[in-house]
Ligand binder design. Sequence first.
Ligand code: FAD
Ligand code: A2P
Length: 276
Amino acid sequence: MNERAKVTDTAPIPAVPTLPDAQTVTAVQHWTDRLFSFRVTRPQSLRFRSGEFVMIGLMGDNGKPLLRAYSIASPNWDEELEFYSIKVPDGPLTSKLQHIQPGDEIILRPKPVGTLVLDALLPGKRLWFLATGTGIAPFASLMRDPETYEKYEQVIMMHTCREQAELEYGRKLVEDLQNDPLIGEMVEGKLLYYPTTTREDGPKMGRITDNLSSGKVFADLDLPPMDPATDRAMVCGSLDFNTDVKAVLEGFGLREGANSDPQEYVVEKAFVGEGV
Ligand code: FAD
Ligand code: A2P
């Protein structure tokens, strides 16, 4: 048998799901020692709206599923599902999840929900995505959904992290989107990316709240200040971030909406903090 045939004969066979609601990991990428992304197979029956979240996890040592909420970072047309995750050193789930490899299985409950969906906003001209840290995950989905650009003339992605390396997942995603043969043309001139750092020098700096309140982001992007007649916003970060951004948006006259009551902005927690 020649070398080539040998390789073909021993090529790995995709794992057969054995857990209830099991999906197979197809790719894993580590961005920093605290951040990674991964892709899994998508259940054939799973329909979701870009921006929604699902419960995913692993089987715990006690034989019970250990599940956490995760935004689906891939758009609804993608044949796989992508997630962008924190690694909490002592976190019950992520201390284990960070070690997954292609071929491993995770549990995925196929019941998508969430408020960061286009349907929860009234029609408008400009759509602002405001995120810190892993809060960019739902917008990674919405930025890659053509419907976002059909509904809005401009889409502005503001993402803030402490350090440059933490912005890399979003930076690469936007770059790939702009170079994409299919969607690239659609986002050209429409998607404005505004990444900032707060604890490491970089091309652009400052908290999202400060850059909105001072008018810096409007001046930098040559946009008028937010106006409830034209601007819509989606917010995803820590509880403190969400609270402070809400106050800024209300200051511009925008009102909070929900699936059942579409208005000018919507909010979701990127995670539940300690003691909250
Ligand atoms: P946990 O016991 O859940 O958390 C321990 C502590 O770590 C928390 O108290 C908090 O202080 C901190 N922490 C948890 N998650 C984060 C985070 N994402 N960023 C910064 N600090 C954090 N996490 C993701 O990584 N990606 C997502 O797309 C995502 N989507 C979410 C959507 C919703 C609606 C909610 C409520 C949470 C989401 N989370 C997401 C958080 C996620 O559910 C878990 O908390 C996280 O995976 C850590 O799990 P754990 O069991 O290791 O630690
Ligand atoms: P800063 O470095 O000034 O605290 P964290 O890692 O603590 O979750 O923060 C992620 C990013 O969100 C950091 O850049 C942080 O800025 C910023 N941030 C944290 N809290 C707020 C808030 N209440 N308003 C605006 N930005 C915030």
